[in-house]
Design a binder for this molecule. Structure first.
Ligand code: ZN
Length: 259
């Protein structure tokens, strides 16, 4: 793809990760040259804030940070972590609260705390008038339940790295959320080939989740935002439209979130 007028928004990339230590600026330049106009950075925990904010400072027109506590980082000390999140929200204008949610795949020890942290951060989103970037793994309906029962109905955002069923996709959309589509769309048996043909282009945004989940032919290797063009092309193939249309609409969808 070689259309310089197209601007791709990377809605989820951990570009502060140590895996980019050797070539971070080069990697980012590659993304900008490939048409990526903005990179949105989800936070994980207090330990990732410094690296993320350094990038926001170095690339103020391209790299935009979120603030939040990732469910996999919810441990005994989660209240202390949430206080740090709140403190940052009071002193800096973030693009969103993220990434937040429920993860019942790795470890269920702190499921109650995960719920509490998620609901608390939904309230912070409401208070600061921000959307939320949701991480939900093996926990789609649990997450939906929390949103429906306890969170604000005006809450909007993205189900990041969406890989669920069509029923789940429809539920997320009905709730007013967007589906974050990444490298999994290129995986054999990734399942998105059964979803995307039945979903409207107005309901998706593009992401890599870099450094994780690199698209084919880089599967298993380090991922980076410049690969978004591969993801956009695969989405276009599945939705039977042009890649330009996918980029234009997904960028518009992303921008609408921030209005
Ligand atoms: Zn992530």
């Amino acid at each position: 793809m070689n259309n310089s007028s197209l601007q791709i928004i990377e809605t989820h990339a951990h570009i502060y990760d140590e895996t980019y230590q050797e070539d971070r600026d080069e990697m980012l330049e590659k993304a900008f040259s490939a048409g990526v106009s903005q990179i949105w950075m989800p936070n994980c925990a207090s330990e990732t804030i410094d690296g993320m904010m350094a990038l926001a400072e170095k690339y103020p027109n391209q790299c935009f940070p979120m603030m939040g506590l990732h469910p996999c980082y919810v441990k005994e000390d989660f209240e202390k972590e949430l206080a740090i999140v709140e403190d940052w929200l009071n002193k800096y204008k973030f693009i969103a609260i993220g990434e937040i949610g429920m993860d019942l795949y790795w470890d269920k020890t702190f499921v109650k705390q995960q719920e509490e942290a998620f609901l608390y951060q939904c309230q912070l989103a409401k208070k600061h008038d921000l959307w939320i970037d949701i991480h939900s793994r093996n926990a789609f309906w649990e997450t939906v339940n929390l949103i429906e029962k306890n969170a604000d109905s005006n809450l909007k955002g993205i189900f990041h790295c969406f890989t669920g069923t069509l029923e789940e996709a429809q539920k997320a959309i009905e709730l007013g959320f967007l589906l974050g589509i990444g490298g999994v769309v290129t995986f054999k048996n990734g399942g998105l080939d059964k979803i995307l043909p039945h979903v409207d282009l107005t309901s998706i945004v593009l992401e890599t989740d870099a450094p994780y989940l690199a698209p084919v032919p880089y599967r298993g290797k380090r991922n980076e935002p410049s690969y978004l063009s591969i993801i956009a092309q695969k989405v276009a193939d599945l939705m039977e439209c042009s890649v330009e249309k996918v980029i234009e609409q997904s960028t518009q969808n992303a921008l609408n979130l921030c209005q």
